[in-house]
Design a protein. Structure first.
Length: 119
């Protein structure tokens, strides 16, 4: 038996997006010295809103990453900023931890409700 709530499903999608953001950030950092590489990313808030609009439906595939605009391009054509990526990684880690804590709290509430019925 699978126990899910609308909130747990939304938090699952939040964690998936956060993990995807971390993967993109790691990829950007790994390509810091690749000539011509363009920083990849997506608008987290916009994508999360799109994911929330489909909660209850079949999982919506994540939007394809896009080149990040507004970054300084070096002479070799690469525009990865390790400062930006370090900040992005720290932000994503905090978002992930928050999502995990909220999900733990949600399942704790569900378990309390189940055990209340048993009493």
């Amino acid at each position: 038996m699978q126990v899910t709530t609308a909130l747990s499903e939304a938090l699952g999608r939040y964690l998936d997006l956060t993990a995807e953001q971390m993967k993109l950030t790691a990829g950007n950092m790994a390509n810091v010295d690749t000539p011509g590489y363009k920083t990849q990313g997506f608008d987290f808030e916009q994508e999360f809103s799109r994911q929330l609009s489909s909660v209850g439906n079949v999982a919506t595939p994540l939007a394809a990453p896009q080149d990040v605009d507004g970054l300084v391009t070096r002479p070799d054509g690469n525009n990865v900023s390790m400062d930006r990526e370090g900040i992005q990684l720290a932000k994503s880690q905090m978002q992930f931890r928050l999502g995990v804590e909220l999900l733990k709290h949600e399942y704790s509430n569900v378990m309390s409700a189940i055990h209340a019925e048993a009493r």
